[in-house]
Design a protein. Structure first.
Length: 145
């Protein structure tokens, strides 16, 4: 290969504009023994791929990971927690005392009146908030007309 052509191809390669065919020509040139003295510095760049083709991976890979045993135990622990939680829930549901009853109708009536009065106060408080929003909407409509 001509020296000028090699220099042009090396420049194109370093700029990132070379084609695959041109890169193959460069690899062939740098794998030969006849390299110009000022281009010897580029030989490792192009001979690297040839050296890597000969390298083989010889390390043994483990087939099973140790995480599988942990996953099994985590699943068993989760199942036990769910089982105890379910048993505890049903046990507590059956042992609850009936706390919402009154012994006489008069007491029940007074308790109901108190509860309805509290509910009425909260509803009235909410209605006041809605009236403020209605006033805001009126003002907004007059401003953005």
């Amino acid at each position: 290969m001509e020296l000028k052509l090699v220099e042009i191809l090396v420049n194109k390669y370093l700029e990132g504009t070379s084609s695959i065919a041109e890169e193959k020509q460069l690899k062939a040139y740098f794998s030969s023994n006849e390299i110009a003295s000022h281009l010897v510095q580029y030989k490792p760049l192009f001979s690297y791929f040839e050296n890597q083709k000969e390298e083989r991976f010889t390390k043994a890979l483990p087939l099973q990971t140790k995480k599988q045993s942990y996953v099994k135990w985590i699943g068993v622990a989760a199942a036990i927690v769910v089982l105890f939680g379910t048993i505890n829930y049903f046990y507590n549901e059956n042992s609850k005392q009936d706390l919402g009853t009154y012994s006489s109708p008069e007491e029940a009536f007074v308790g109901t009146q108190k509860a309805l009065e509290m509910l009425s106060e909260e509803v009235n408080h909410g209605v006041e908030g809605v009236s403020i929003l209605k006033e805001y909407e009126k003002t907004k409509k007059t401003i953005f007309k």
